[in-house]
Design a protein around this ligand. Structure first.
Ligand code: ADP
Length: 204
């Protein structure tokens, strides 16, 4: 059976991906979230843990058995080799689990939320279309700092490690401009939802 029509949802750190995904979900879109899959794989009992501890050592095991994600984040931020090793363990598993969840969905279409969609190149064959949530870089910093309690320097470092705004927009089929008020989002999401329902119907 053909998998459901699938739209990749991405955007820079703090641009509003989760906020937008939540609005689509209330309209009936299926949501597959690669961050949630990554969390599950590295939570206590997670399927990626044996390989991760074999590669990085038990120093990265928390008392509850889960991966110490904060320590791992600090490690890979400073060490490109460790980042590649982590990605080699996690990415194929995240992708496989995402493909399973998409295939199992009963929704009329699925939004696959991938924060680093543009950077990773792992998802192109699962996607019919790419939706980018966009806002001004200054807003991105303010929103991310406010949400995560980060310093400006920390937030800037995360942004600097991501693809540029122009690189993301260049690959977008659709863009949601989230530089306005949060209340402006619902109507933009509803219009795109109607369009995706149509496209999904045509692709059957
Ligand atoms: P992402 O998932 O892309 O990192 P979020 O959806 O978590 O971004 O949004 C980042 C933060 O900004 C959240 O705290 C969210 O509530 C807030 N936010 C989202 N859209 C707006 C908006 N239009 N105006 C003000 N704050 C917003």
């Amino acid at each position: 059976m053909k998998p459901p029509y699938c739209v990749g949802l991405t955007g820079g750190f703090g641009c509003g991906k989760s906020t937008v995904a939540e609005l689509f979900s209330t309209l009936g879109a299926g949501i597959v979230d690669t961050d949630a899959i990554s969390h599950a794989l590295t939570a206590a009992g997670g399927a990626a843990l044996p390989d991760l501890f074999a590669a990085f050592g038990d120093a990265y095991r928390q008392a509850d058995g889960a991966l110490d994600r904060r320590r791992m984040r600090e490690k890979v931020f400073a060490d490109a080799g460790a980042r590649r090793a982590l990605e080699a363990i996690l990415h194929p598993r995240i992708r496989a689990q995402a493909a399973r969840q998409i295939a199992m969905s009963n929704a009329p279409y699925v939004l696959l939320v991938v924060p680093l969609l543009i950077e990773s190149g792992h998802y192109a064959d699962l996607l019919d279309r790419i939706l980018v949530v966009d806002c001004e870089p200054g807003q991105q910093l303010q929103r991310a700092m406010h949400r995560d309690g980060m310093s400006e320097a920390q937030a800037r470092a995360v942004l600097a490690a991501q693809a540029s705004r122009s690189a993301r927009l260049a690959l977008a089929d659709d863009v949601i401009d989230n530089s306005g008020a949060r209340g402006d989002l619902a109507e933009k999401v509803r219009q795109l939802h109607d369009r995706y329902l149509e496209l999904a119907k045509k692709s059957c």
